[in-house]
Each structure stands twice: as C-alpha cells, then as structure tokens.
Design a binder for this molecule. Structure first.
Ligand SMILES: [Zn+2]
Length: 419
C-alpha cells in the first residue's frame, strides 16, 4: 500500500438533502468529490447507526458481528447490556485490527461502538454513544492531553441537548455547542492527520444525525409539530452544518498526495418521526406478553400507566432525562482495564436499580410469555427454551414468527391519527 486512505463518515445523510446542499452551493468540495465517483449506498437492516457502522467496520452483517441494536440481550438471559467495541471484536474483526496485525498504523475517531478503544498501533478515539462520561475513551491515554494542548479539548458530546418542546434559547445553546464541537473535531482531525504516522484515517461525524433528530420537525412541512416561524430561522442549519464538514474535506483534498484515496460515506438516511409504537405494549395487548401478579409489579404498572409520562415530561423539561437515562444504561467495559473497574460496578448496580424500579423483565410471567422486545428498532424475541433461562417455546417457533409477521404487517394507526 503506497498512498494513504481517508474515510469520512457523515452520519444520517439522506441523498435528497445532500442533493439540495449541492444545488444551494453549500458543499462545493463534496460536489467536486461526487464528480469523481458517487452512488447511493444501501444501509443495514434495520438502518440503525450502531449496526450500520459495525457493518462498515467489519464488512459483516449483524448476524455475524452481533451488534444488532443499541441494546443487546445477555446470552441466555433476559437482562441487557450496551454494545461495545470489545463485543464487536469478539465476534468479528474491524478493518484496523487487520492493519494492526501487519504493522500498519490507523487512526479512528468516533466510530460506534468505540468503547473501550482498541489498543491498536495509531490512535482510537471512542464514540459518544458507548463511552461513559469520565472514562478514558482515547487511546493512547496521553493523546487526550496532547490534543488539548495542541488543538483544544476533545468534547465527548454537545454540552446542551435539545428536543422539540424546549425553549428557543435551549435550541440556540444546543446548536452553538453542536457546531462548536464539530468544528473542533475537524481541527483535531487535521492535527492528527498532520502529526500521526497512520496509513488509514477513519473519522465519523454524528452531527447530521443529531441535528436531524432535534430539528426533524422543522425540516418537514408535513410534520404535525412543524412551526413556520422556527423553520424559517433554523431550517438551514442542516446545510450550515454540512458546510463545516465540506470545509474540512476541501482542506483534505488540498493536503492529499496523488496516491491517496478519499472516501466519504453515510450509514443511513433520515426522516422525521411522527409516531412511535411501544412493541411491548402491543405484545401485551395481544397476549404474547404476560405480567406477574406480584403487588410490586402491579404498582410499577400503575406508575407506568399513570405517572411515567408526567415524570418523563418533567425530567425532559428540566434537562434531567438524558443524564438519568445515561446513568441507568449498562455498558460493557474491558475486563483488563483497571481504570474502569469502578464504572463497571456502577453499571451493574444501576442496571439492577433500573430493573427494580421500572417495568422490566423482572415483571414478566415467563411461564406464559411468548414474545418480548428490549429496545427500539423492532426486534422481537421469542421466549425459546434453547436461548432463555425460563424459556419454553420449542416446536412452535416458526408458527409464532409467521403469526407475528402477519399481524404486525397489518398494523394501522387508529382513524384520525397522524399520517
Ligand atoms: Zn446513523
């Protein structure tokens, strides 16, 4: 291999929005790159970032690399855990591990799952989704300090989060911190390219995905919560964000040598979310999932049905929902990483606490439950004897699968519901 390879991943770019950006003249460098070779990529099924980037990294589908969602089931059990880079490596081999084996340095920034970072030759900066706050998500460890001294601090995620319903000042703060963070990362990216002895650089920017999650209702005139006034003010933010990456790509094109290769790709498109369905509720209503009759379970169900939404709304308003969710989410950490052993204990405790306090697998009557789900993304698990500690389904597997496919394919929202 003579030249260097630069891979720039922009998370969640729908081709139609990229075309609009080109037409508006916001991304002249991307346009120049597209004139060379370009095409529409096919995402994974389902098209989720965690799964799609894992497939990009390993060239395998979820059946092989095992990262099938943002939440994974513990083998043989009903408990769950977060995906991790260690899990990805245990089932498959990310590209830079191959490079490592032949002594070729590579640099990875922000590809999920990226925690705990690989001990590879070169550098590996973890992603904001799987790296716990306060963890050492940068390898080698002294690189963190070097980046801060030479460029600026590497922030794991924007300081402020925004979702529709919050005030405009929060939206403004979120945009400032997101744009600032992404701008900083392009500067950090430039520094690492110029100063690290790597043959392959892979940088993923999650900004476009994050921004469309937050502003999706302002980018789609048909969204029920579309707001003309706000859309006029913030509708171009997506394109402004793209121009930050475009400037970086332009710099890279000037910096590159004749033999070098540049690839820009995305992991999936993006649409606005108008309605969501809670599959476990549907499974319960349709007799696939049953609850225990224990008083504590009844109390939790009462809380879920009557208090949960109100509490969630209050926490969201007060910006506490995301920190609490993050605390209650379990992560896998590297066993040989003694620095992180404390966070491992916290994770086990927080998982038990979450399962005890919220409606969870502890509340299901497994002797009669046929099917359940653990996360968004649509995967339904059948309570099979083979793969579950209290499973009982054996020969009926195919029949129940077909039944679920048939009934879910026919799902419709009640009349008068939003399209
Ligand atoms: Zn994505």
């Amino acid at each position: 291999m003579t030249g260097k390879i630069y891979v720039i991943g922009l998370d969640g770019i729908p081709p139609r929005r990229l075309e609009s950006a080109v037409e508006r003249g916001d991304v002249p460098n991307l346009e120049r790159a597209m004139d060379c070779v370009s095409g529409k990529t096919v995402s994974t099924n389902p098209p989720l970032s965690m799964l799609a980037w894992s497939t990009f990294a390993t060239g395998q589908d979820a059946g092989k690399h095992g990262i099938y969602n943002f939440m994974l089931r513990d083998e043989g059990k009903y408990t769950t855990h977060f995906p991790s880079y260690a899990r990805l490596r245990s089932n498959s081999t990310p590209l830079w591990e191959y490079l490592d084996a032949v002594d070729v340095g590579s640099g990875v920034m922000n590809l999920m799952p990226g925690y705990p970072p690989s001990r590879s030759k070169g550098f590996h900066i973890g992603d904001n989704v799987t790296s716990p706050n306060g963890s050492s998500f940068i390898h080698p460890r002294d690189l963190s300090e070097e980046i801060e001294q030479e460029v600026t601090k590497y922030e794991l995620e924007p300081v402020t989060s925004y979702s529709r319903g919050k005030s405009e000042s929060v939206l403004q703060e979120y945009l400032d911190s997101l744009f600032g963070m992404e701008q900083d990362r392009t500067e950090i990216g430039k520094y690492l390219i110029q100063n690290k002895d790597c043959q392959v650089f892979t940088y993923i920017f999650l900004g476009p995905d994050s921004l469309q999650h937050s502003l999706g209702h302002l980018l789609d005139e048909n969204h029920p919560e579309y707001n003309t006034e706000l859309a006029e003010k913030y509708g171009d933010k997506f394109f402004e964000l793209l121009s930050i990456y475009d400037e970086f790509i332009g710099w890279l094109m000037e910096y590159m040598n004749e033999d070098d290769i540049l690839m820009v790709l995305s992991d999936h498109g993006h649409g606005s979310v108008k309605r969501e369905i809670n599959l476990n509720s549907w499974l319960y209503q349709n007799n696939y999932l049953h609850f225990r009759t224990h008083p504590w379970t009844k109390l939790k169900l009462f809380g879920y049905n009557h208090v949960f939404e109100a509490t969630k709304y209050t926490l969201k308003k007060s910006n506490l929902l995301n920190p609490i969710k993050k605390f209650l989410t379990t992560r896998e950490v590297n066993d040989d990483d003694d620095q992180d052993s404390d966070s491992s204990n916290t994770d086990t405790n927080s998982r038990d606490l979450k399962d005890m306090l919220t409606v969870s697998h502890l509340d299901y009557d497994w002797s009669s439950t046929k099917a359940y789900t653990i996360a968004s993304g649509g995967q339904i698990f059948l309570n099979t004897e083979e793969k579950h500690e209290e499973g009982w389904i054996t020969t009926e597997y195919e029949r129940i699968c077909n039944e679920l496919v048939a009934s879910q394919s026919g799902l419709e929202f009640a009349s008068g519901a939003l399209n």
